[in-house]
Design a protein around this ligand. Structure first.
Ligand code: NAI
Length: 289
């Protein structure tokens, strides 16, 4: 089965790697040629590192890379059995892409979105056949994170749900079926984690490094909230918070933070842009906890 991925950013690239590693021919499309090139270069780096560390042989690394075709048009998708969309977290943009997609893919193709927070029902509703649409939500980085949330919309056919779960499990993932509610399971639980950390920072009780240190050293979390937000991307994380806040009818528990909004507006997106709560540029000094 051919797998097609839309969006070659952090998530789309990772999902393409997962599917190619499982042996599928993958078509990876982005409307930004530079993003496609970055994705290709990043995969080459990851594969080289795995070979250097002896975790993968050269032939396998080459085969995985060879299975991914980087395309600059949706019309280059060849006989897809499953399409996973991982573009910008914006309902209108996603709905546009889904409308176009339906004209291109075969009738039995499953169409999935990797959205973190948007309504699957609202995305599916633009399709003539919404019964084949569902959410398949990977976590970052997709090749390493085992959990995948599978989210049927009210329109989704139960056979499509079953088929999607089987497919994702066959890629070595653990699936959990979640309801089509804002943030599903993990992102909903995670909102107060980020939100409360930001409030502590804004109230001047502790700085980012100290909060992260407390959560990792004492709380035994793998990453502190600020390190994690910088990893996810402050643009992506802020948008998800805003969507969840709006979707829960402005429940103050999910209120977004101006600190994060400003970072995002300034282009301080975290690791991917070199600066966020921390400074990742070469030679930069970051405060100790
Ligand atoms: P990103 O910003 O790294 O990548 C998005 C890519 O989509 C970019 O390369 C952009 O050029 C492309 N794009 C935008 N509009 C497009 C269009 N109309 N057609 C084709 N390509 C288009 O974003 P990221 O982090 O990969 O997120 C993508 C999706 O995955 C979002 O829905 C996000 O909520 C979700 N997600 C993000 C996670 C994260 O930790 N970053 C985790 C799980 C889900």
């Amino acid at each position: 089965m051919n797998v097609c991925v839309i969006g070659s950013g952090a998530m789309g690239s990772g999902i393409a790697q997962v599917a190619a590693t499982a042996g599928h021919t993958v078509f990876l499309y982005d409307n930004n040629p530079a993003a496609l090139q970055r994705s290709k270069d990043k995969l080459a780096k990851i594969m080289n590192r795995l070979v250097e560390k002896g975790r993968m042989d050269e032939a396998t690394a080459q085969a995985i890379q060879g299975r991914i075709q980087y395309v600059d048009s949706l019309y280059d998708f060849k006989a897809p059995g499953m399409v996973i969309e991982a573009i910008v977290e914006n309902l209108e943009v996603k709905r546009n892409v889904f409308e176009q997609l339906e004209l291109i893919v075969p009738e039995d193709c499953i169409i999935a979105t990797n959205t973190s927070s948007l309504s699957i029902a609202a995305i599916a509703a633009v399709c003539k056949d919404p019964s084949r649409v569902l959410g398949i939500h990977f976590f970052n980085p997709a090749p390493l994170m085992k959990l995948v949330e599978i989210i049927p919309a009210i329109q989704t056919d139960s056979a499509v749900l079953e088929q999607a779960c089987e497919q994702i499990k066959s890629w070595g993932k653990i699936t959990v079926v979640a309801k089509d509610t804002p943030g599903f399971i993990v992102n909903r639980v995670a909102r107060p984690f980020y939100g409360e950390a930001l409030r502590i920072l804004e109230e001047g009780l502790a700085d980012a490094a100290t909060i992260d240190w407390a959560m990792t050293e004492i709380g035994k979390f793998k990453m502190g909230p600020f390190t994690l937000m910088d990893y996810i991307g402050n643009d992506v994380n802020y948008t998800v918070t805003e969507t969840v806040f709006r979707s829960f009818f402005y429940d103050p528990r999910y209120k977004p933070s101006f600190t994060q909004k400003r970072l995002s507006e300034a282009g301080y997106l975290g690791r991917k842009s070199g600066r966020g709560y921390y400074d990742y540029r070469e030679g930069a000094q970051n405060p100790e906890p």
